[in-house]
Ligand binder design. Sequence first.
Ligand code: UD1
Length: 422
Amino acid sequence: MDKIVVQGGKRLTGEVTVSGSKNAALPVLISSLLTPEPCRYQRVPNLADIHTILKLLDGLGVKIDKDEWSRNNGDLKLQTETVTKFEAPYDLVKTMRASFLVLGPLVARFGQARVSTPGGCAIGARPINLHLKGLEAMGATIEQSHGYVEAKATRLRGARVYLDLPSVGATENLIMAATLAEGTTLIENAAKEPEIEDLANALNEMGGKVRGAGTDIVQIDGVDALHGLSHQIIPDRIETGSFVIAGAITGGDVWIKGARPEHLDAFLIKLKEAGVLLKFDAGGIRVQRNGKIKSVDITTLPYPGFPTDLQAQMMVLMSVADGVSVMTETIFENRFMHALELDRMGAQIQLEGNRAVVRGARELSGAPVMATDLRASVSLIIAGLVANGTTEVSRVYHLDRGYEHIETKLSELGARIERIKG
Ligand code: UD1
């Protein structure tokens, strides 16, 4: 298993370009199942999670042209004319939960789907009840047995669905299913993440009629068929936020090209409160820091609140800040595993249920640490950038799920970082 070794203490300076958003690309690629026509996508990041979804789509019979994409230029072409299977197997769904999103599109277009249930996860329970409740309201018959969900429908019909929680995945699954349903679907208390807007834009480019994505009521007027499209994936806001913290924590001066600050409002406001200097223009975000970092309190919330996917990275920043920060995690119940690893690097973090009390102003010291999930892994690398000595992060397969060329990007900014193949 590969390891990443970081020698801390280097100030990051220069330019870095944000990759396409993993969390936008996954549902958008899956939405190609809704049309037999060719779908072309640009800025698709070359990541392990994207390889997983392509493997799943390939298993269904989708034609995938990834010659260009393999050369890292982000262009991918998919055509689902040849789909002959309607099953997402356990090994792919357990590797990546977003695989479950094929359920809605498969049942909407082909009238049937058999998809493994995702099961547990390092960061907490990841139920699918809202996905199923919505599809049932749209007329699908759902049966669960042997670890699989089987859904069938002659044709889905529009329905009014209220989500008890604004689940990102459930909103995406149901929007996709509703595009080919008969009549109008209203999703209330929908998730409002930018990735949902990107999916809705792609579906509308395919001839779908999705309105209100990005607000808490999404209306979808079903159509009989969708057509092909050419669509560019939005830049990754979580990768952006991770670079903002990496720049700030090293007292650097980093220009993050292609970043969309409007997707990160709550996060950027907190960074400013913490004393980080930020400048925005159409080309991206510039991060600088001269003075000390001040402690700020954080509560993770559904968008537009502070993203849970940036909580681990923010915890590292708070570990070296001046003062005490209370961080409250409200989205996942077990998302503080990185705190225990950060403690090994000298951070002072006290966990109380879904709260972490972080006493800052500590100097971190390099140590061997272990990544426990995707965002935790990048937080340990960020800690390594500022720690004195050497930090060795193992289990970096988590990192490879969601950060494209991270060692190269950080090295180009001046970090001393290398991957040891193992
Ligand atoms: C997506 C993101 C993930 C991010 C998360 C929250 C992708 C591929 N992943 O995950 O990076 O951390 O949003 O912003 O986009 N829930 C239910 N029932 C359901 C579905 C969800 O109770 O049927 C609960 C979950 O347990 C969790 C909360 O809702 O507590 C949020 O989950 P959800 O928004 O669905 O996250 P994902 O779509 O899995």
